[in-house]
Design a protein around this ligand. Structure first.
Ligand SMILES: Cc1cc2nc3c(=O)[nH]c(=O)nc-3n(C[C@H](O)[C@H](O)[C@H](O)COP(=O)(O)OP(=O)(O)OC[C@H]3O[C@@H](n4cnc5c(N)ncnc54)[C@H](O)[C@@H]3O)c2cc1C
Length: 308
């Protein structure tokens, strides 16, 4: 590991001051589960300063305010996974967090680090985009808010400036007709990064038909995006397995259009067909407190995690 200066801060204002002074040569340390590996590898981007934000209390925790839920970026995956508030309003996010790494990684790793590291396999990002999340980026000059979907340039690169830090992640509470699901395909049931994932949110009208659909695949496109071509197929229809299968086929087609056929297409293409059959049977209403149930087929210890 190359030597660096270590600075610990305890407020957002202190963090902004430090970033204003050292921005371009600084890396932020939250849980360290991504950063420490990078530092140990001695990557070319090795920082001169490591700014430890893990003690900034105002950036931790999950809060409900009016029509929104706000996540402090220092909220750990374990906290997301056991949150009653998320079980009620955003169960797909709790499920995604529960499927990350191992208990040790979930105890240290944070949602902010997961977002800002911007790895294609980051498991909290597809659910948050499906929830319509925005992020607040703070610097000494002020705060700006942007849609999470607009934060990413490409894997491992965000639009945050060197003097900005992520201070909040916010999303509107889904309505009473909401249904959601998160499904992850990995090589094994634990300590497996996503080879493929999907987050889906549906709104159902009083007649049971789909009035809104958001489908966000993970580790499939060059960057995270909603697949509006597949979402359109669902609008005005009654939920059902054949319908989800046709949406899954569309997601596969759009993925292949965007990335071309690669070695991984062999499992990713059928993966989306299978993935999209499951929400029909296992989607749950955020308001009904339904526990996550495993999909049909070989069940893993985690609700919606699937082995290759
Ligand atoms: C064994 C293992 C298994 C893993 N499994 C999974 C998995 O299944 N799914 C998954 O998605 N990830 C997985 N990860 C990756 C990792 O745990 C997550 O990405 C984690 O959420 C990162 O959070 P952190 O707090 O540890 O970030 P850190 O390592 O502290 O930081 C990561 C990056 O984000 C930046 N950053 C952190 N906080 C902020 C902020 N508030 N503002 C601006 N920049 C910030 C840092 O500067 C750094 O560049 C795994 C990692 C390991 C080591």
């Amino acid at each position: 590991m190359k030597p660096f200066e270590y600075i610990a801060v305890h407020t957002i204002a202190e963090a902004c001051d430090a970033l204003a002074a050292h921005g371009a040569e600084t890396r932020l340390l939250a849980g360290g589960t991504d950063l420490l590996i990078e530092l140990r590898r001695g990557s070319k981007k090795a920082p001169r300063v490591v700014l430890d934000i893990s003690g900034v209390a105002e950036m931790a925790g999950i809060a409900e305010s009016g029509a929104h839920i706000t996540l402090g970026p220092l909220t750990t995956h374990a906290e997301l996974a056991r949150s009653e508030l998320l079980r009620e309003f955003a169960p797909l996010l709790g499920e995604a967090a529960a499927a990350i790494g191992s208990p040790q990684i979930r105890a240290r790793g944070t949602v902010g680090g997961n977002i800002m590291n911007a790895a294609a396999c980051a498991d909290t990002v597809p659910p948050l985009i499906a929830l319509g999340a925005t992020v607040a980026l703070q610097s000494k000059a002020g705060c700006r808010e942007l849609a999470l979907a607009d934060l990413f340039v490409k894997p491992y690169q965000t639009r945050a400036n060197a003097d900005e830090l992520l201070t909040a992640v916010r999303f509107p509470k889904p309505g009473p007709g909401a249904r959601s699901a998160f499904i992850k395909l990995g090589r094994r049931n634990a300590l497996a990064i996503s080879r493929l994932s999907v987050a889906a949110m549906l709104e159902l009208g009083k007649d049971g038909r789909i009035t809104e659909a958001r489908i966000v695949p993970g580790a499939a496109f060059p960057t995270w995006q909603r697949v509006t071509e597949a979402e359109r197929l669902l609008l005005g229809e009654m939920p059902g397995e054949p319908l989800f299968a046709s949406a899954g086929r569309k997601v596969s087609e759009e993925m292949i259009k965007a990335t071309g056929r690669r070695w991984s297409t062999e499992y990713k293409e059928p993966g989306y067909l299978r993935h999209h059959q499951w929400p029909a049977a296992h989607a749950h209403s955020p308001r009904q407190h339904e526990p996550a149930r495993p999909p049909a087929g070989p069940p893993g210890p985690l609700g919606h995690q699937v082995r290759l």
